[in-house]
Ligand binder design. Structure first.
Ligand code: LLP
Length: 442
């Protein structure tokens, strides 16, 4: 079983300067304070208010290029399907569409959003353990590239729906390789006890069955073992098991042209040693280079996580006999990752003067009425005063998408920074919009 990540020792936390130095798209200007791609974040906060998500388009594009180049440098022709769930902003989807990426979607909503953002249907892969009949019908109507089937039950449903619609479904079987990715328990997906994928030992029989179904065209295998993976060994193990299956399917005379290697590549939130795209490419090459299959992957976090920050303001600093509580106007309803996964996110002041002031440990919290609404404990920060701004780092993935309106808190604004310009890509939700779809009972 995946062990929970060991607790981080605040004494070994990276300094504010270390965090910024590791993220070249961020830097301090002595007068303007923290800048994202040369755009002062204080100016955005002044104009739009806080909490606000801010994304660097340049960083997303650069990371996409780095990932695709790592694949081509390894001699791999890998189709990229951006995992929409990481950040489904239309601006983000349009950016990856322009870069030529496809999409990995997990719901009818994501499918439609990806299509409307300009992602070609033929480049869309649909994953997920519980696609409804309506969602599968939509996938057939849109004639998307591939449906990653996750169970024998789903294959039956899809076969019937495909026959009824008169459309052949191109299918990959998502196989559960029973490999522990060693990441947080809640985002580990490739153990036999996880709900995802087809049990490894059932794959050949189910593929054989799929090949016998008139409206199903089995094209390959898919696997995805988890997210925020910081070690290449589980990838190698999973890929080896999938490669074994490719050979076994061929021995059985079954056609297979595609292997979807999933997503999951981790990023350094703190100062972890994270695997490189080149390392992942090498693992893919090692397993599949002589199998004559098209490769695909579904990266999310690696592409967009580091490209975003969540800007927040200090509401007040509450002194206690222990360390002070710095209460922000952002909360767990905005960024749930610390509450949900004990995730560590860098938190840095927006003011350059604050950034260079002496630091002391503080607990950084939001205003929501749960103790879990804690972004960090014993975090070395300068003394912050009410209205001082901070940026919570690496908030581009699984940030805004996981927000809720808990405590009747409106969804925060989202801002796009591209080539020295910034624009609002989602307005802050007005209060009334939080409850506008409610009705009093008649
Ligand atoms: N493909 C499939 C089938 C997935 O389930 C996922 C993520 C991905 C691709 C993309 O994985 P990535 O490259 O982003 O690691 N909310 C959690 C992460 C959940 C990931 C779920 N599946 C977090 O904030 O850490």
């Amino acid at each position: 079983m995946a062990s929970p990540s060991p607790p981080n020792d605040p004494a070994t936390d990276p300094s504010i300067q270390d965090l910024i130095a590791a993220r070249p798209w961020l830097k301090y200007d002595a007068f303007s304070g923290l800048m994202l791609d040369d755009v002062p974040l204080a100016g955005i906060a002044d104009a739009v208010g806080t909490p606000t998500w801010v994304y660097s388009a340049t960083t997303m594009r650069a990371r996409y290029k780095t990932l695709t180049t790592a694949m081509s440098d390894a001699g791999l022709d890998t189709h990229m399907h951006y995992a929409v769930k990481a950040n489904d902003s239309r601006a983000v989807l349009a950016l990856f569409a322009t870069e030529g990426a496809g999409a990995d979607v997990v719901s009818g909503g994501e499918l439609l959003k990806a299509r409307r953002a300009g992602i070609q249907a033929s480049k869309i892969v649909y994953s997920g353990v519980g696609k409804s009949a309506a969602e599968l019908r939509l996938a057939l109507e849109e004639d998307i590239g591939q449906i990653n089937v996750e169970s024998a039950e789903e294959l039956e449903t899809l076969s019937a729906l495909a026959a009824a619609s008169g459309r052949t479904a191109r299918v990959a079987l998502r196989v559960n390789p029973d490999i522990d990715a060693g990441t947080n328990d809640k985002i580990t997906t490739g153990r036999a006890t996880d709900k995802f994928g087809i049990p490894y030992d059932d794959a050949i029989a189910l593929y054989t069955k799929a090949a016998s179904m008139p409206w199903i065209e089995p094209v390959g295998l898919a696997t995805h073992i988890g997210s925020q993976i910081l070690d290449l060994a589980p990838y190698r193990d999973a890929f080896r098991r999938i490669a074994d299956l490719v050979l076994a399917l061929r021995e059985n005379g079954l056609p297979i042209t595609t292997v979807d290697c999933g997503g999951g590549l981790g990023i350094p939130y703190r100062n972890e040693a994270a695997p490189s795209p080149a390392g992942l490419a090498a693992a893919m090459k090692q397993a599949f280079h002589n199998l004559d299959v098209h490769l695909a992957m579904e990266p999310g976090r690696w592409l967009v996580g580091p490209a975003g920050v969540l800007l927040a303001s200090v509401v007040l600093v509450k002194q206690t006999p222990h360390e002070p509580f710095v209460v922000l106007d952002a909360a767990m309803n905005d960024l749930v990752r610390p509450a949900m996964y004990d995730a560590w996110h860098g938190i840095v002041p927006v003011s350059a003067i604050d950034a260079h002031a002496p630091a002391a440990p503080a607990t950084i919290v939001g205003p929501v009425c749960e103790s879990g609404d804690t972004f960090a404990r014993s975090r070395a920060l300068p003394r912050l005063v009410p209205n001082a701004r901070v940026a919570i780092l690496d908030a581009g993935a699984y940030g805004a998408v996981m927000s809720s309106t808990y405590n009747a808190r409106p969804l925060a604004a989202e801002v796009w920074v591209d080539q020295g310009q910034w624009s609002v890509i989602r307005d802050r939700q007005p209060f009334e919009a939080v409850w506008e779809r409610e009705r009093l009972p008649t």
